[in-house]
Design a protein around this ligand. Structure first.
Ligand code: SAM
Length: 268
């Protein structure tokens, strides 16, 4: 399928989401905790120091002028086919998180990151920055298969004073296996890589297995392709999912068995 067709398809899905989404202020959401997240957490502005840190991160990345190869891990991009080596800042422009969604990750980290965080897909560390800033006393394990990305992310994040990250250069599958062996239990997950049907379902299931009883799993790009739409549907229908929140770009799954099964499409 051509890139133009993919863009058009994504745009059509966005219109449907805008028409269907409700609960902007959380009204109609049964769980008090999730109501408070949507009503307060989503709507409050981020601390100025977090915004300043994000600027410092981008500035530091711009100073790395050596080109690196692009990662061949995962499903690749539907919107770009550029494979040439280039600077980390330019790669980050294609794969990194936007400020709006980064700040959302920061807020989710402040709400749910206390028991430790796992990010699948460090890239150049833009989302890692927000996750780590939201829970400065928790450990953020972040997994990246491409060595140059992981090493650049580590250098830049350390340069701007982020100390609570543990970057692991490994495949997602191997790293999850290792955490499971170590009996690690984590409270918040961000799945941002390998966006295709079977791997997404597999990572979701494995994250839930190493999650605490109240674990929250965020999945990026849930409507990015037909494959991801199918994966999101299967995840919502799984017994692991108690409450799902569809924000178009992110899907958030609450696994706490005490919650009543509900699905929300929330305008963000
Ligand atoms: C979309 S990027 C991550 C962007 C990053 N979270 C951010 O917001 O800046 C996805 C990353 O996952 C890595 N990746 C994809 N599949 C992987 C796998 N199976 N094992 C290890 N890394 C993988 C890719 O190399 C790529 O850097």
């Amino acid at each position: 399928m051509t890139r133009a067709k993919n863009r058009f398809k994504l745009f059509r899905k966005l219109i449907v989401y805008k028409l269907k989404s409700r609960h902007r202020k959380g009204f109609g959401i049964h769980s008090p905790a999730i109501f408070s997240l949507v009503n307060k957490g989503f709507r409050e502005d981020c601390d100025i120091s977090v915004k300043r840190g994000a600027v410092a991160y981008k500035q530091a990345l711009k100073h790395v002028t050596k080109s690196i190869t692009r990662s061949t891990f995962g499903a690749g991009s539907l919107l770009s086919t550029n494979k040439k080596p280039t600077t980390p800042a330019l790669i980050n422009r294609a794969i990194g998180i936007s400020m709006k969604h980064g700040e959302l990750l920061y807020k989710l980290s402040t709400f749910y990151g206390r028991e430790g965080i796992l990010e699948l897909g460090t890239g150049l560390g833009s989302a890692t920055y927000y996750l780590a800033s939201g829970s400065p006393t928790s450990r953020v394990i972040t997994v990246e298969g491409h060595r140059d990305y992981a090493e650049t992310a580590k250098t830049i994040l350390e340069q701007i004073g982020i100390t609570n990250i543990d970057i692991r250069i490994e495949t997602f599958a191997n790293e999850i296996k290792r955490i499971k062996k170590e009996n690690g239990r984590l409270g918040l997950f961000f799945i941002d890589g390998d966006h295709s049907y079977t791997p997404t379902l597999q990572y979701f299931k494995q994250c839930a297995e190493i999650g605490t009883e109240e674990a929250v799993i965020i999945i990026d790009d849930i409507h990015w392709s037909d494959d991801m739409d199918r994966a999101w549907k299967a995840i919502k229908e799984s017994s692991t999912c108690r409450v799902s929140v569809d924000l178009f770009r992110f899907g958030i799954i609450f696994t706490n068995k005490k919650l009543q099964k509900q699905h929300y499409i929330v305008r963000y």
